[in-house]
Ligand binder design. Structure first.
Ligand code: IPE
Length: 256
């Protein structure tokens, strides 16, 4: 089984509030369906989450009550986004249902707590893909916080023990610097905890959950003896499908 995260940078335009990349999502869902592999999809929030979350500093938890309407707005926006992703999965023959983390889980000082995964496991067991996503989640210490799709990936990796974990982004993989601003940036084909120490942490978009570096760190946490995690570019047609079929494609593999 595969666990795939469709990053907010591929499913939305991260610089424009609430811009859904419908054609790209549709194509990626088709590639997932065509691979014929059992899959669970998680997705990011992109501009349906980060823009308002950043404006109201939701990642820091409750600071003042002007943030409260923003909690409702972000939860509303990411649920709409998730419905659109699920619609593309269903259209491509994958029965899927959106499971909003903010409605079923809590956090403890930023860490997601999943005491009861029965519904998610039952859905998967019967052949319906549970689709979870980055969301505002209530927090026992901070009032509320932002739970990223990457945190969800870690939880689902524990529950489902996938053979392969794939992060679909809008870049070919991890670079030595930001490839969008630095022409000397080089793709790093393989990342280990040691290599990670030397990499710059720049992020050019409105991201409240840590950018590429945070992603790599969580990818490294998800690796184990028999399982690596891959970061691949989903904006190039066919690349995800090639990767899922086991072909060689440009990407970054995280390994212990
Ligand atoms: C962010 O989730 C959640 C919110 C801002 C509500 P992610 O961190 O997984 O989203 P992307 O993939 O970076 O857009």
């Amino acid at each position: 089984m595969m666990l795939i995260k469709l990053g907010g940078s591929v499913i939305t335009d991260k610089s424009q509030y609430r811009t859904f990349n419908k054609d790209q999502v549709s194509r990626l869902c088709r590639e997932i369906a065509e691979s014929g592999k059992g899959t669970i999809v998680v997705h990011g929030a992109g501009s349906f989450g980060h823009v308002v979350a950043k404006k109201y500093a939701l990642q820091h938890g409750l600071i003042d009550f002007s943030q409260i309407p923003a909690i409702a707005q972000v939860q509303y926006d990411v649920r709409e986004l998730s419905s659109m992703v699920v619609r593309e999965l269903i259209t491509n023959g994958i029965p899927a249902v959106s499971v909003p983390p903010g409605s079923c889980f809590v956090m403890e000082d930023g860490k997601l707590i999943v005491n009861d995964s029965e519904a998610i496991r039952a859905l998967a067991h019967i052949g319906v893909m549970p689709v979870l996503f980055g969301d505002v989640v209530m927090d026992r210490k901070k009032g509320f916080g932002i739970c990223s799709g990457d945190q969800i990936m870690e939880i689902l990796a524990d529950i489902f023990k996938p053979d392969r974990i794939v992060f679909v982004s809008d870049i070919d993989g991890l670079y030595t610097a930001d490839p969008k601003t630095d022409p000397d940036a080089e793709l790093i084909p393989e990342v280990t905890p040691d290599i990670m120490k030397d990499i710059s942490s720049g992020s050019t978009v409105d991201d409240v959950t840590g950018g590429v570096r945070g992603k790599m760190e969580s990818m490294l946490r998800m690796c184990d003896e028999g399982r690596d995690c891959v970061l691949v570019n989903g904006t190039v047609p066919g690349r995800l499908l090639s990767l899922l079929k086991g072909e060689d494609v440009p990407c970054t593999v995280a390994r212990m």
